[in-house]
Ligand binder design. Structure first.
Ligand code: AMP
Length: 691
C-alpha cells in the first residue's frame, strides 16, 4: 500500500468527495455542481431496482468550452491542437487552438442553422480527417449528442445504429480511404442504411473529398454540401457559442463493438466524462498541456479514440496526432515510428494487434531501429496498449526496443477498459500524484513495476473484484469473473441509451445488482495486479477445469517462431472440451508435427498437462478479427464445432463488425483440410500423442 498509485486509488474510493472534487476543480463549470457524488436507488418498470449514483449533480458544463475556448482565452491559442497526417492522401495539416476554435464556432453555427438543438442526436460516419473532429466538437458545442459510427462499417451495421439512435442529422464524407486501397464511396452505404432503417434522418451533411466526390448532392433528399454551408456561414460571419449541459446529460452514444447480438448504445455523460478523462490523460498517460503530444492510433469510431485522440488531449491543451493510415502498408511498418519522430509524440496508444502486424512486416526490427538510431524515438515516454490482451512476449519485446531507442525509463503499458468504462479501468500510471502537484516528483517516484501479462492495477474510482459465479469473491490469484463495485468511476456509463432495462439485465442482474459484470474473466494477484485472461464466454472447460484462452495463448506465443495464436474450445466426448490452437509463425512454416510437439511442451510446462492441446492448425490470415482488432474466437469455435459433426459448410454467425470476412473462408478451408487429413479429431490426437 505504499506506492503512490495505491494511495491515489485508495483515496479515490475512500473519500470520493474530496478526491473527485479536486479533479473537478481543474475544469471550467458554467454552473458549479451542488455535490460531487449523489447516491440513490433506481426503480425500473419491470419492478426491479438497483443502486444508482450521479457524478457532479446540478453542475453545468460545456466539454467543447473546456477543450478549446478556455485555452484560447488563457492566451494559448497559438499552441498546436491537431496534427493531421494522412499517408493515404499524402496530406499533412496543422491546426492551432485558435484555428480550431474558429472552425468549430462556424460549423456549430451551420449545424444550428440546419436544425440541430441541445439534446438532439447527430450521427457521424466519417474518415480520420480534421473535419470529423471539428464536426464532433461542433455537435458538443451545441449541447447535442454525437453517435460516431466507425467509417469501415457497412450498411447493415450502420442501419442498426441509425434505427437505434434516431439522429436528426448525419455527418458524412464522400469517401473513406482504407490504407492503400482505392477510396470507398460512402454514398452507397448511407443510402442503403437509411433505406433499411425505419428512421429517416432529415439531414445528411457531406464533406466532399477530392479523391471521390458525392455527386449530385440531392437537396430535396435533405443532402447538403459541408464545405458550401461553411463557406456561406463564414461569409455571413455567423458563429455559435457553447451551450452548457447538465453534468448528467449525455454527450455521446457509442455502440459497443459487439461480438454477439444487437449493438448496445453506451451513453457517456458530460460531467463525469470531462473530469475523469482530464484525470486519466494527465495521471495515467502523462499528458499535461501545451508542449505535450499524444499519438493515439485508433479509429475515431472506437472509444479509445473518442477519449485519447480527441477529448483527453484537448481537455489539457496538448496536441493530438490524427493519423489517417494503417500500422503497415501506408507505406510500410515504420509508419508509427515516423509519426513519433515527426511530431515528437510523448505518449503513444495503439492495440496489440497493430504491433503484431508491425512485427510480422518487420521481423528483424530494421525499421524501428532506423528511426531509433537517429534518436527519433527519444520523445516517447510510453507506449500504451489496449483493446485486447497483450501477451507477455509483445510487452517484453517492445519494452526492450524502447529501452534501446526511447526516452530513458520509457514504458510499455497494457491497460484494460471498455466502451462502457470510457477510460482505463486498470493500468500503470506514468505520474505519481493525481493532485495539483502531479507534474513534480516523477523522478522520486517511478511508476509501479510493469508485470508483462497483467493489465496493471485499478485506476481511480474503479473498485475491481474477481468473483465466482455466485458473486462471492475468490481468493487472490484465483480465476474468476472480473466485476466492478458501484458506483463506477466518473467516465463510466450509468445506463444504455433509452434502455434502462437492458442496462440492468445486461450488466447488473447476473450478480443481483451488487456488481457490474464486465464480461471479462481473469484474476487479481497477491499484489493487486489485474490479469484479464479472456472474455467469460471464451473460457474453456476441460474436465471441469476452467482454462482461459489468454493463459494458453501466452504459453503458445512464448514459442520463438509464433507470431500469433488463437485458442478456442473444441467439443470432446470425454472431457467436455479441449483447447485447440490456430497458430501463425514467422518465416517458413515448421512441420505441423514438430510445431505441435514443441508447443505442447510449452503448454504442459507453463499451464499443466490438463491444458494439453486437442489439435493445432498452422497458417496465415485465418484468425478473424473485428474492425477494432478483437479476435473473434466464437467464429473459430463454431467452425470447429460444426466440423466435429462433419458440417464443414454450415454457415457460422459472423458479426457485421468483422474486419475481413474472407479470413473466415480461409479458416473454414484450413479446418476442412485438417479434419480430412487427420480423419477426425480423435485420430489426430492419438497420432500426436505418440509423438
Ligand atoms: P470495447 O468496448 O469494444 O472497447 O471492448 C472492451 C473489451 O475489450 C473488454 O471487455 C475486454 O474484453 C477487451 N479488452 C480491452 N482492453 C483489454 C486489455 N488490455 N486486456 C484484455 N482485454 C482487453
Amino acid at each position: 500500500m505504499h506506492h503512490p498509485q495505491d494511495q491515489v486509488h485508495h483515496h479515490s474510493l475512500n473519500d470520493p468527495e474530496s478526491f473527485w472534487g479536486e479533479q473537478a476543480s481543474h475544469l471550467h463549470w458554467h454552473k458549479e455542481p451542488s455535490a460531487v457524488l449523489a447516491r440513490s436507488t433506481k426503480e425500473l418498470l419491470s419492478g426491479d431496482s438497483h443502486d444508482h449514483w450521479s457524478w457532479f449533480p446540478a453542475g453545468e458544463i460545456s466539454t467543447c468550452y473546456n477543450c478549446i475556448d478556455r485555452h484560447v482565452l488563457a492566451g494559448r491559442g497559438d499552441a498546436p491542437a491537431i496534427f493531421y497526417d494522412s499517408p493515404t492522401t499524402n496530406t499533412k495539416q496543422r491546426l492551432t487552438y485558435r484555428e480550431l476554435l474558429t472552425e468549430v464556432e462556424i460549423f456549430a453555427a451551420v449545424l444550428r442553422q440546419e436544425g440541430v438543438k441541445k439534446g438532439d442526436v447527430v450521427l457521424v460516419y466519417m474518415p480520420m480527417i480534421p473535419a470529423t473532429l471539428i464536426g464532433i466538437l461542433a455537435i458538443n458545442r451545441l449541447g447535442a449528442i454525437h453517435a460516431v459510427v466507425f467509417g469501415g462499417f457497412a450498411a447493415v451495421a450502420l442501419a442498426q445504429r441509425i434505427e437505434a439512435s434516431r439522429p436528426v442529422a448525419i455527418l458524412t464524407a464522400s469517401c473513406g480511404i482504407d490504407g492503400s486501397k482505392p477510396p470507398i464511396g460512402y454514398r452507397a452505404f448511407i443510402e442503403e442504411a437509411t433505406s433499411l432503417s425505419s428512421w429517416k434522418p432529415p439531414r445528411t451533411i457531406i464533406y466532399q473529398r477530392e479523391q471521390l466526390s458525392w455527386h449530385p448532392v440531392r437537396k430535396t433528399d435533405g443532402e447538403r454540401g459541408w464545405q458550401n454551408l461553411v463557406k456561406s456561414a463564414r461569409a455571413r460571419g455567423i458563429r455559435a457559442e457553447c451551450v452548457p449541459v447538465k453534468s448528467t446529460d449525455g454527450i455521446y452514444i457509442i455502440y459497443t463493438s459487439g461480438t454477439t447480438g444487437l449493438p448496445k448504445g453506451v451513453l457517456r455523460e458530460a460531467g463525469g466524462h470531462a473530469v475523469g478523462l482530464h484525470l486519466s490523460i494527465s495521471y495515467l498517460f502523462g499528458i499535461h498541456g501545451p508542449g505535450d503530444v499524444m499519438g493515439c492510433f485508433s479509429d475515431i469510431g472506437w472509444v479509445v479514440s473518442h477519449s485519447y485522440t480527441l477529448y483527453g488531449p484537448l481537455l489539457t491543451g496538448a496536441a493530438t496526432v490524427l493519423y489517417e493510415g494503417k500500422p503497415v502498408g501506408t507505406p510500410d511498418a515504420s509508419a508509427f515510428w515516423r509519426l513519433v519522430d515527426e511530431y515528437k509524440i510523448n505518449t503513444m496508444f495503439t492495440a496489440p494487434t497493430a504491433l503484431r502486424a508491425i512485427r510480422k512486416d518487420d521481423p528483424d526490427n530494421h525499421l524501428i531501429a532506423e528511426v531509433g538510431e537517429r534518436g527519433g524515438l527519444r520523445s516517447l515516454k510510453a507506449l500504451f496498449l489496449a483493446g485486447e490482451r497483450s501477451e507477455p512476449a509483445i510487452i517484453t519485446m517492445y519494452q526492450d526496443l524502447l529501452k534501446r531507442y526511447g526516452a530513458k525509463d520509457a514504458h510499455v503499458i497494457d491497460n484494460w477498459w471498455s466502451s462502457e468504462s470510457g477510460s482505463p479501468i486498470s493500468g500503470i500510471a506514468l505520474v505519481p500524484h493525481a493532485g495539483k502537484d502531479r507534474q513534480t516528483d516523477v523522478k522520486d517516484h517511478p511508476p509501479l513495476a510493469i508485470k508483462p501479462g497483467s493489465a496493471g492495477k485499478a485506476m481511480p474510482g474503479f473498485d475491481v473484484r474477481a468473483v465466482d459465479d455466485d458473486g462471492n469473491e475468490v481468493p487472490r490469484g484465483k480465476m474468476g469473473n472480473i466485476v466492478l463495485a458501484l458506483p463506477l468511476a466518473p467516465t463510466a456509463f450509468r445506463t444504455l441509451w433509452e434502455d434502462e432495462e437492458r442496462f440492468y439485465k445486461g450488466y447488473l442482474k447476473r450478480f443481483g445488482g451488487k456488481w457490474v459484470d464486465t464480461g471479462d474473466a481473469g484474476l487479481i494477484d497477491e499484489s493487486g495486479y489485474i490479469h484479464i485472461m479472456a472474455r467469460s464466454d471464451d473460457i474453456i472447460n476441460v474436465a471441469a477445469h476452467r482454462l482461459s484462452t489468454g493463459t494458453l495463448e501466452q504459453a503458445i506465443t512464448s514459442h520463438p517462431l509464433v507470431t500469433e495464436a488463437c485458442v478456442v474450445g473444441i467439443p470432446d466426448s470425454l472431457k467436455g472440451q479441449l483447447p485447440f490452437a490456430f497458430v501463425s509463425t514467422s518465416g517458413d512454416a515448421v512441420p505441423d508435427a514438430q510445431l505441435l510437439a514443441e508447443i505442447q511442451k510449452l503448454v504442459r510446462s507453463q499451464v499443466g498437462a490438463i491444458a494439453t492441446l486437442g489439435g493445432l492448425i498452422q497458417g496465415r490470415g485465418m484468425i478473424p478479427k473485428t474492425r477494432s482488432g478483437k479476435t473473434l474466437r466464437r467464429v473459430l469455435r463454431e467452425l470447429l464445432e460444426n466440423a466435429v459433426h462433419g458440417e464443414f459448410d454450415k454457415p457460422v454467425n459472423v458479426p457485421s463488425t468483422v474486419e475481413d470476412a474472407g479470413v473466415v473462408d480461409v479458416a473454414r478451408e484450413k479446418v476442412r483440410e485438417y479434419f480430412r487429413e487427420k480423419g477426425g479429431l480423435h485420430a489426430a490426437i492419438e497420432a500426436k500423442a505418440k509423438l
